[in-house]
Design a protein around this ligand. Structure first.
Ligand code: 6R9
Length: 652
């Protein structure tokens, strides 16, 4: 085995020299798009082109209008059309005779399997929609969803969409406290949650945790999943299965304006308060339907698609639920962790269900590399024909490993750049039409325009690093931040004016228009492809009784891209200890979620601040990553740095 690894390493090292990979001929032959004429066609008339793509949806009344840019940056798309998201995802497929098609091959952590058909989803969605109505939820009311990766999470989202109640899904890895806060911010009327969630063989009592913090909602609907004995049901609590059973089986889809909000999804920004990113119906669905089909070269009759994300993130919303269902896709949905019950579970599932398309995050690929090729090689992956990544920059080494070991050098790899705010994929390669460059996402998709700018808004020369911007509205764009138009304008449209969207990523563009994305330029961390705010973690740490002050930075990390490092000063003359490290980590887990726990805590007597009192994060980053210190002359107290450096050396 050792011999094979060396061979592989040598082969990968050779491939590292190659900057450009043409799409494999066998793939191109059957590809939906084989050249760049679509890009050109869209470029001639972007609005008209998107208007054409909107025809892929079913409209109760067809829109005449595409983009309305009369009040920037409050853009609208297809505003005079009416439609329903759940009708588009379910009814029309069932009406077309596809009711028996599997929408999800679902696999539970314990190995149980459920085949979820389109007909079943439609039946359950109508009942759930009526159950929501029975419990006082109406059009425009926000409904919170805090569920693990079980089919009911899809039903819950589509039931909300059916009656025009925007959903607010919270990732299952967040703490109950985070859920409470998000319910409060979004003024949610009801919460759909679960008795317990399984993680690597253990069961977490979710309903009990939710009760312990108290939710500001009238009704809590509880899915019975693990059958936990201790699932407290109080006043205002209803069992999902009982509510659905009692509900009318038919619920006509609400005919909603294209700009009706479909969902809110909270995402981390550069302040402690998460941003309620608000998406609407017609434009968002048009964008995710087109991109899901063409970026993944989807043939719904023969493909089996597996996206390993969680529905609680935008990737799950757009490319597990809405995009795939709009295109009548058969998908694989897995409840568990990538290394449970064993490190080859993804590949076992690919073989078992015949997955042809696989979409994951670079951090997961790096974990697989560490676990070893043997876990991949055990499975027959010969049906795979396309691979994708999302969430963070992929280093060329990981790209090549994915291409070679998982894809057998037959499967194009699409490196898809986008954000919660963009709704859908914006920059990538179309797999049958464009060469791939490892570590470089690709070009703006048809209809999308991007540019790399200076702080002042001038385009930088090709090959030079600058700030990524999007220079034209697109249908899947966020419309505002929930209840906070000012913050929406201030965050994205103030720097360069209401026509140029500020992405927040540093990037470069080459002579062929390919964009490589380097990383965030603001105080947003990217740990394993999960977005987190330094300010949010800092305020969680500071809320611990023994902590005086904290500064959080993202330190470069080989496995997770970035990791959370916290510089902490303690109250009075308290001393740091291993117990206190554990206490603070647990405190962060309770306040935000396990994913936000600092990997390293560094005790500091003081934090380096400018004379105006701003924490110098750049210096902390230098320290945490072991670099020579840059200019410290603007510091209020330059000795602070010497003390901190001393601490780090002690540890090393
Ligand atoms: C979909 C999603 C968005 C941020 C984004 C950027 C980073 C996402 C990337 C990528 C390089 C890619 N990012 N995809 N960086 N290459 N292919 O991840 O949304 O959670 O909102 O994060 O993630 O920094 O600005 P979200």
């Amino acid at each position: 085995m050792a011999g094979t690894t060396t061979d592989l390493e040598r082969q990968l090292a050779e491939l590292l020299e190659q900057e450009r990979f043409e799409p494999p001929q066998a793939f191109v032959q059957d590809a939906l798009i084989k050249d760049r004429s679509v890009h050109e066609e869209a470029e001639r008339d972007p609005e008209g082109w998107w208007r054409e793509q909107a025809r892929a949806l079913h409209w109760f009344s067809e829109p005449e209008q595409a983009l309305d840019d009369s009040n920037p940056p409050f853009y609208t798309w297809f505003a005079d059309g009416t439609l329903n998201a759940s009708y588009n995802c379910l009814d029309r497929h069932v009406e077309a005779g596809l009711g028996d098609r599997v929408a999800f091959h679902w696999r539970g952590e314990e190995g149980e399997e459920r085949e979820i058909t389109y007909a079943w989803l439609l039946e359950q969605t109508q009942r759930a929609a009526n159950a929501l109505k029975d419990h006082g939820v109406g059009e425009g009311d926000v409904v919170g969803i805090f569920l693990p990766m079980i089919p009911e999470v899809v039903v819950a989202m589509l039931a909300c969409a059916r009656i025009g109640a925007p959903h607010n899904v919270v990732f299952g890895g967040f703490s109950a406290e985070s859920v409470r806060e998000r319910m409060e911010f979004s003024d949610a009327k009801a919460l759909i949650t679960v008795d317990g969630a399984r993680r690597k063989g253990k069961v977490a009592a979710v309903k009990a945790a939710v009760d312990a913090v108290g939710m500001p909602v009238k009704t809590t609907i509880v899915v019975r999943h693990t059958g936990l004995e201790e699932c407290p049901m109080g006043e205002g609590d209803v069992w999902w299965h009982e509510a659905l059973e009692a509900a009318d089986p038919e619920c006509a889809p609400a005919q909603l304006g294209a700009e009706h909000p479909l969902f809110i999804l909270y995402s981390s920004g550069s302040t402690a308060k998460p941003k309620g990113i608000q998406h609407t119906t017609g434009g968002y669905l048009t964008h995710v339907a087109w991109t899901h089909k063409h970026v993944f070269d989807l043939k719904p009759e023969s493909d089996v698609y597996f996206c390993s994300a969680d529905v609680g993130w935008i990737t799950g919303h757009s490319y597990i639920v809405y995009g795939p269902l709009l295109n009548a896709t058969t998908s694989v949905m897995y409840e568990g962790a990538p290394d449970y019950p064993h490190k080859g579970i993804w590949w076992e599932l690919c073989e078992r269900y015949g997955a042809t398309i696989f979409y994951t995050a670079p951090t997961a690929i790096r974990a697989c590399i560490k676990w070893g090729v043997e876990h991949v090689e055990k499975a027959d992956l010969s049906r795979l024909r396309l691979l994708g990544t999302v969430g963070e920059p992929i280093n060329p080494k990981a790209w090549l490993w994915y291409w070679k070991v998982v894809g057998g050098e037959r499967c194009p790899v699409v490196d898809t750049w986008w954000q919660t705010e963009t709704g859908g994929i914006m920059i990538t390669t179309l797999p049958g039409a464009q060469a791939m460059k490892p570590g470089v996402a690709g070009t703006p998709l048809p209809g999308i325009a991007a540019a790399v700018l200076t702080e002042e808004g001038e385009e930088v020369p090709r090959g030079t690093q600058g700030l990524l911007s999007l220079s034209r509205p697109w249908p899947g764009m966020l419309r505002t931040l929930f209840g906070d138009d000012d913050r929406y304008v201030g965050t994205y449209w103030e720097k360069w004016g209401p026509e140029t969207y500020l992405v927040g990523d540093a990037s470069k563009q080459d002579d062929e228009d390919y964009v490589s994305v380097i990383g965030r330029v603001d105080d947003v961390l990217n740990v394993s492809g999960h977005r987190m705010s330094t300010a949010e973690i800092e305020s969680a740490i500071v809320s611990h009784g023994k902590v005086a002050e904290a500064a959080v930075i993202g330190a470069a990390d080989e496995d997770t891209g970035q990791s959370v490092a916290a510089f902490v000063t303690l109250e009075g003359d308290l001393q740091g200890s291993d117990e206190l490290v554990a206490e603070i980590r647990e405190h962060v887990a309770v306040r935000i979620g396990k994913l936000a726990r600092p990997k390293r805590i560094i005790w500091a007597d003081d934090l380096p601040k400018t004379r105006s009192g701003k924490i110098m994060r750049r210096l902390l980053k230098d320290i945490a990553e072991g670099r020579e210190l840059g200019d410290v002359t603007t510091l209020r107290d330059p000795h602070v740095m010497a003390q901190l450096e001393g601490k780090i050396k002690e540890r090393a």
